[in-house]
Design a protein around this ligand. Structure first.
Ligand code: GLC
Length: 549
């Protein structure tokens, strides 16, 4: 935690905690997390030692995609709270030295958004429709979608509308669910609206924004058919340019937004959710007049091997260093399988989707041991680090949610084959012996918690010196207090092929990936270890922070 909220460069080194509001803490007893619950738990975040929180969207939303279908960006959804509670939350977070980052969703809105309702009502050819991507269908009667694009959740990226007179009408584009029509970023009104939304929240003291689908706003105006690359949805097959991922024109939008952020004192900041193909492409979003940081999905997707982790770290530093941007370290978020559950799988299976990963044998103890080591690695690297709520408790992915409780649109749009992302969004266990584990004291939580989380509650973990929570608290405290860990430099040290080791001004981080235990350097003092270090020897899947003599 930075005591000084005036530090304009806080984002270069911050530890930022991601709050999935619906699943964090329930203040009003309806089974859904909310702003009241979050306010009540602010002391927990202060004690954890984070510098900032990033909140998934809290705006008015019919929740077709967990709030990423926004009906009104200038208000908070009544299920989650009120604008007044939001204001109080921002103020209280600041009192605790915690900054607040919100989530902006510029690629699409909800189909209940006023703009889209008006566009539907106005009919083909009306100016209201120009704010979206409406097109006539192909084939006889316009019965076929305008192109062959596939939506991210499965199925065609186009839905046909019905005209006001009841006849089948035009189609509209949605890269995600049909309830999330894409905006037309060729239209100046869209630019103006988002500048105004940024100001609305910056004026209310918000410190920054995470930008949802930052790579996707601009589309090739010809909306051409294209074949996806078989291995990477953000690449087109045969070397063609992708028609909507990472187009060069998107950067002008962020230059514009940067000017808005820089007009505040202290300047506000951005973090991009940009799924691009290489760290070099990511660096383009972080040029000095664009965004500040971006999630490092390259690192998140690296296999748990010395070689894989080292390569992703090196590539990230090389690419982002070229534009002077700090690297971010992220292991989990609300879209991916929790890393305890990934790291507890055989190496070849760690990056499969949940639908396939589920069939691989799972070793919880192994996943937890590696998660502890990975946490120390991430928190020792120079740059900023993102923590997804519950990882500090060692939560695992809930892989056996009954089909009737699933809310992720992936489930429906995959034809009920892929359960999607609800397994990492299960409400947090705070206290007690059984569900709802102090999440709220009223209705059942909106997703059921596993009974096995009784050993992982925040209350119990706080008292257990061997818990994941205790490890995170110590690591975050040291990361701030230890002068060697506050700078931006690091140097690799060769301690063998199966070992990652690097120095940062008097502090060394060592991670052993190999079967053979590794000896600590003579005279080094153990600051923190993710597992047992016996006689200075570091076992497999263990990380240690050492102060060098
Ligand atoms: C981003 C969000 C994800 C959401 C999607 C559509 O990838 O992280 O949760 O479903 O955008 O907005």
């Amino acid at each position: 935690m930075t005591d000084d909220l005036d530090d304009a460069l806080w984002w270069r080194t911050a530890a930022i905690y991601q709050v999935y509001v619906r699943s964090f803490a329930d203040g009003d007893g309806d089974g859904v997390g909310d702003v009241a619950g979050l306010r009540a738990r602010l002391p927990y975040l202060r004690d954890l030692g984070v510098d900032a929180v990033w909140l998934n969207p809290w705006y008015v939303s019919p929740m077709a995609d967990g709030g990423y279908d926004v009906a009104d960006f200038r208000d908070i959804d009544p299920v989650l709270g009120t604008l007044e509670e939001g204001r109080a939350f921002i103020e209280e977070a600041h009192t605790h030295g915690i900054r607040v980052v919100l989530d902006i969703v510029p690629n699409h809105v909800s189909d209940r958004h006023e703009w889209f309702r008006r566009a539907l009502a106005a009919g083909p050819g009306a100016p209201e429709r120009e704010l979206f991507l409406f097109r006539d269908g192909r084939g006889p009667g316009g019965d076929e979608p305008p192109n062959n694009w596939i939506a991210d959740f499965g199925g065609p990226a186009w839905t046909r509308t019905t005209d006001p007179d009841g006849t089948p009408g035009q189609w509209y584009l949605h890269l995600f669910a049909p309830e999330q029509p894409d905006l037309n970023w060729e239209h100046p009104r869209v630019h103006e609206e988002f500048r105004s939304i940024l100001r609305f929240w910056f004026d209310r003291g918000v410190d920054g924004f995470r930008i949802d689908v930052a790579h996707g706003l601009v589309k090739d105006p010809a909306l051409p058919d294209f074949e996806r690359h078989s291995r990477d949805p953000y690449l087109a097959a045969d070397g063609h340019t992708h028609p909507y991922a990472d187009l060069d024109e998107v950067h002008e939008i962020y230059r514009d937004w940067r000017r808005v952020a820089d007009s505040y004192d202290p300047p506000r900041v951005f973090v991009a959710e940009a799924w691009v193909t290489t760290p070099e492409r990511l660096a383009r979003y972080l040029r000095p007049d664009e965004l500040h940081t971006a999630f490092n999905f390259h690192y998140l997707q690296a296999p748990w091997t010395a070689e894989g982790m080292r390569e992703s770290i090196d590539e990230s530093f090389a690419a982002l260093g070229s534009v002077g941007a700090p690297v971010t370290w992220v292991l989990s978020n609300h879209d991916v399988v929790r890393h305890v559950s990934r790291f507890g799988r055989p190496d070849h299976a760690q990056h499969k989707a949940l639908s396939e990963l589920r069939d691989e044998p799972f070793d919880l103890a192994l996943g937890t041991r590696r998660a502890r080591a990975a946490a120390l690695l991430s928190m020792a690297l120079p740059g900023s680090v993102y923590l997804y709520q519950g990882e500090e408790l060692g939560l695992w992915e809930v892989e056996d949610l009954p089909p009737e409780v699933l809310r992720d649109p992936t489930w429906e749009h995959s034809g009920y084959t892929d359960p999607g992302r609800d397994g990492c969004r299960v409400p947090l266990p705070w206290s007690g012996q059984e569900p709802p584990f102090g999440f709220g004291d009223g209705a059942e939580p909106w997703l059921p918690q596993p009974a096995g989380w009784a050993t992982l509650t925040a209350e119990r973990s706080a008292r257990d010196p061997g818990s994941m929570l205790t490890l995170y608290r110590h690591a975050l405290r040291l990361r701030r207090a230890e002068p060697g860990l506050t700078g931006e430099a690091m140097v690799w040290v060769d301690m063998g092929e199966e070992v990652l080791a690097f120095d940062r001004e008097g502090v060394r981080c060592v991670v052993n990936f190999g079967a053979e235990p590794v000896d600590s350097p003579e005279g080094a003092e153990v600051l923190l270890a993710s597992g047992e270090v016996v006689d200075g020897r570091l076992p497999r899947d263990t990380a240690v922070w050492l102060r060098l003599p």
